[in-house]
Design a protein around this ligand. Structure first.
Ligand code: MRU
Length: 322
């Protein structure tokens, strides 16, 4: 089953806000609905956002009232993952050729992500086996499985490939506050695949690494900067610091569509702040209490062992360049 696809003239996607309680497919016929789905994280994860953006332009091309403004709303629905704006721009570049050309481009974005997932899984599994020893116990953060892509996934795709090879120890899924992409979505995917896993609260990761319970950290990215800085779900930086302190590999698996040579370093990236309500619902918040809720953080390149894409392995620990 694909997380997101074009079906009979509309976008269909799994509503990730309903998981793991319910597997529901939403059918989306307008860009307004799609923007709302992106903003409430019904569809999320960098590769899936790229496909959503491109398919959204295909929707806009069929109702060509003020397409430029519609495209802009899509492109800016969430600011941090480079895939969204990239998918939108790629499909929008075909607008002068008409709606069929836009759809063809959007489907190409989808198909490239599907192909990239399989290649990353194989390369990522090879590298994890090489760096983390036999049957490694791996910690992952957020959700980087099929739900974050179209099929397969990025970091979780590599973990699942190790499992298929009967070469995986176990997985620690970091819960990923505040929306629990780890505890809800990664846990759901690992459970369906029959992978042995436990969920850990975000703050436990570095301690469990220090106590010798983790052989490597593997996770995804929302943007990889030209200098190798990695932008990913809030909590990633703490795991990278923990991995460095414990002397274990910190591996990022992401498609080339997440590599952004136009962004020099992490300080240039707009980090989405999702507001106080997600952290402290107003019904349970004492008067006058506010919250800061950055959805992503920046892991400096010097803490990253390697980046794996569908085409290459970049060993930042050996001073290789993105
Ligand atoms: O806010 P989200 O759930 O869209 O954040 C997703 C992440 O940070 C993922 O780790 C990243 O997009 C990689 S997905 C393969």
């Amino acid at each position: 089953m694909r997380t997101i696809d074009w079906v009979d003239g509309a976008v269909e996607l799994i509503d990730q806000t309903a998981l793991p309680a319910r597997l529901t497919v939403l059918r989306i016929g307008t860009v307004e609905e799609l923007v709302a789905a992106i903003q409430r994280l019904a569809v999320r994860g960098a590769p899936a956002l790229g496909v959503a953006g491109a398919l959204g332009v295909a929707l806009a091309a069929r109702h060509p009232d003020d397409v430029a403004a519609t495209v802009r709303r899509l492109e800016t629905a969430r600011p941090t993952a480079v895939n969204l704006a990239r998918g939108v721009r790629r499909a929008a570049a075909r607008l002068p050729e008409g709606a069929d050309a836009v759809l063809a481009e959007a489907l190409a974005v989808r198909d490239e992500e599907i192909a990239a997932s399989a290649a990353m899984a194989a390369r990522g599994a090879d590298l994890l086996a090489e760096l983390c020893g036999a049957r490694p116990r791996l910690l992952t953060h957020c959700n980087t499985g099929a739900l974050a892509a179209v099929v397969g996934g990025t970091a979780l795709g590599a973990v699942l490939e190790l499992h298929r090879r009967d070469a995986l120890g176990a997985v620690l899924a970091s819960e990923t506050r505040p929306l629990l992409q780890g505890a809800r979505l990664t846990a759901w995917e690992l459970g369906r695949a029959g992978v042995p896993y436990r969920v850990a609260v975000d703050g436990a990761g570095p301690f469990l690494m220090a106590r010798g319970e983790v052989d490597g950290v593997v996770l995804g990215a929302d943007r990889i900067c030209a200098n190798g800085d990695v932008i990913n779900k809030i909590g990633t930086y703490a795991h990278a610091l923990g991995a460095r302190r414990a002397g274990i590999p910190f591996v990022v698996v992401a498609p080339e569509s997440t590599v952004d040579p136009d962004t020099a370093g992490g300080e240039e990236v707009e980090i989405e702040d999702r507001g106080a309500e997600e952290v402290l619902p107003s019904s349970a918040r004492p008067d006058g209490v506010d919250a800061v809720n950055p959805a992503f953080d920046v892991t400096p390149h010097e803490l990253v062992t390697a980046i794996v894409t569908e085409r290459r392995v970049i060993r930042l620990d050996r001073a290789e360049r993105v």
